[in-house]
Design a protein around this ligand. Structure first.
Ligand SMILES: Nc1ncnc2c1ncn2[C@@H]1O[C@H](COP(=O)(O)OP(=O)(O)OP(=O)(O)O)[C@@H](O)[C@H]1O
Ligand SMILES: [Mg+2]
Length: 488
């Protein structure tokens, strides 16, 4: 599939370089990303300039040689200015033989209308003012994929997501996320959310990283009477200790060096609404005392201020730490813990959510395929098996990242376990003695599961290996590694 429309009509142009005078050439297959020259270029350098006549002037486009042989030279454009890019697009549009397509200019399939291609889904309304912008948005991941042998794909996907959020997408990805869950454990969570939301009491949300704690906080907010008023998030772990107090409580002008203006704290900003104290387990002891005071009487004081202010804020806190243990170890104040944990919601790890793993995976696959304008794909049988059996230490967040990546990497209509990057987990040969640590990370057969399967098969190693889809040596290694006693 092509990513850009190419001109069938040849275009007269001029090339120039430091090494030679201007030279007339004919450009073939001109597109936004490059063109082809039948001529050889009398230059040893890779970068040249192409001058295309445009209205009364000319478009000057820097280009790079990407291939040169007897047939000619393929050039890639290095356009960095938006204006040139848009002019080139106009030039291409005005030189098309026809704009009513019989076959798709991108994927060549037959068309029955010329609005959207039924095969690749690219829009064909090229005279629409938003067209190029939208087309680039749609093809961004494909373009990145073409570069992926040079750059790490994970970095690219991360870049795309941020780029998409900041420049292209008007809405925030998380804003319209659905809270997916069908297993019994999650249905119980939903019921707790419905129960606690209308009560104006604090809520403590517990759960491993990536299990959806923030989603729960937002769901409570949505269902509470404070909906429509502020929902302020503060992540206690991501702000350095010395700035956290100012973030939370604000400061007066001149309160300390650098306090040039008055600043409202997050607690004050949340007045009337909800303050979500994320990663509360990381809150330093000194600030725990201040938060406790605010929870007790609803009074806040900016740093450097004599005046206090009463606010009406409901607090929801979350942590992936074992707070009770932190209290025992003296890292978290018991009185604050009791205040916050009036109502606790503990999210299950993804691995304990049974078939929800598949439900969530399908949900995100569909969602991202639509978002990236990739034809809908399905998980292969081995992918489903891997999703069900993998440990998911990073929970839903890890699932999301793996699916995003898999969608870009997948070559067929099916997303495989290899695309998901969890296929190596089924590799049987692992050297435990040297790689205990690595193995732990890669393992998806936990001790309990192994013991259960061994018991089911009366400690028959071959049958256990078959049931777990690994080799016999792996089972022997696992038995040794987990120090499981095999009855004689
Ligand atoms: N049940 C779910 N349905 C749909 N999306 C979910 C679900 N659970 C989590 N997510 C998504 O997974 C990602 C991680 O969730 P969230 O940020 O709420 O986790 P967290 O528990 O706060 O993690 P951390 O402890 O790392 O901050 C988010 O993008 C969220 O939208
Ligand atoms: Mg979070």
């Amino acid at each position: 599939m092509r990513l850009d429309i190419r001109l069938k009509k040849p275009v007269n142009a001029i090339i120039s370089s430091e090494e030679f005078e201007k030279k007339r050439v004919i450009l073939e297959g001109l597109s936004l990303s490059g063109c082809f020259l039948k001529n050889k270029i009398p230059s040893k350098k890779d970068i040249i300039e192409i001058l295309i006549p445009y209205k009364d002037t000319e478009l000057r486009i820097p280009a790079k040689k990407i291939r040169e042989d007897d047939k000619g030279t393929a050039l890639e454009f290095l356009i960095t200015e938006k204006e040139i890019f848009l002019k080139l697009w106009k030039f291409i549009c005005s030189n098309l033989y026809s704009t009513s397509w019989e076959t798709c200019p991108y994927c060549n399939s037959l068309l029955d209308n010329d609005v959207v291609c039924p095969n690749c889904h690219f829009s064909l309304e090229i005279f629409n003012s938003e067209y190029v912008f939208n087309h680039f948005k749609q093809t961004f991941l494909y373009r990145l994929k073409n570069l992926s042998n040079q750059i790490k794909i994970d970095d690219l996907i991360e870049f795309y997501i941020n780029f998409n959020k900041s420049l292209l997408s008007k809405g925030n990805y998380d804003e319209n996320v659905e809270f997916v869950g069908t297993c019994e454990k999650m249905l119980k969570i939903f019921s707790l959310i419905r129960k606690v939301a209308p009560l104006d009491i604090p809520v403590l949300i517990l759960g491993e990283s990536g299990t959806g704690k923030e989603l729960v906080a937002k769901a409570i907010y949505e269902k509470s009477s404070r909906k429509g008023r502020p929902f302020i998030v503060i992540n206690c772990a991501s702000i350095p200790e010395n700035l956290l107090e100012a973030e939370l409580f604000g400061y007066e002008k001149g309160a300390f060096t650098g306090a040039y203006n008055v600043k409202n704290g997050k607690v004050e900003l949340a007045n009337g609404g909800i303050l979500f104290l994320d990663e509360i387990g990381e809150l330093p002891l000194s600030l725990q005392a201040k938060i406790l005071r605010f929870l007790e009487d609803g009074i806040v004081e900016r740093i450097g201020s004599e005046k206090s202010k009463k606010v009406d804020v409901r607090v929801i806190a979350a942590t992936n730490r074992d707070l009770e243990n932190e209290v025992k170890n003296g890292n978290f104040r018991a009185d604050l813990y009791y205040r916050l944990s009036v109502f606790t919601i503990e999210l299950p790890s993804l691995k304990d959510r049974g078939n929800d793993k598949i439900v969530l995976a399908n949900y995100f696959l569909k969602r991202f395929a639509k978002e990236y304008n990739i034809n809908f794909k399905q998980f292969s049988e081995d992918a489903k098996k891997a999703i069900m059996e993998y440990d998911w230490p990073g929970n839903v967040r890890e699932l999301i990242n793996k699916i995003r990546r898999a969608l870009v990497l997948s070559e067929s209509t099916e997303v495989t376990s290899k695309d998901l990057g969890i296929d190596e987990l089924t590799e049987p040969m692992i050297n435990f003695s040297q790689e205990n640590k690595k193995y732990r990370r890669r393992s998806y057969i936990d001790k309990n599961k192994l013991i259960k399967t061994l018991e089911n098969y009366n400690f028959n190693i071959s049958k256990t290996a078959k049931a777990l889809n690994v080799s016999r040596p792996t089972i022997y290694n696992l038995i040794k590694y987990y120090e499981i006693n095999i009855p004689k």
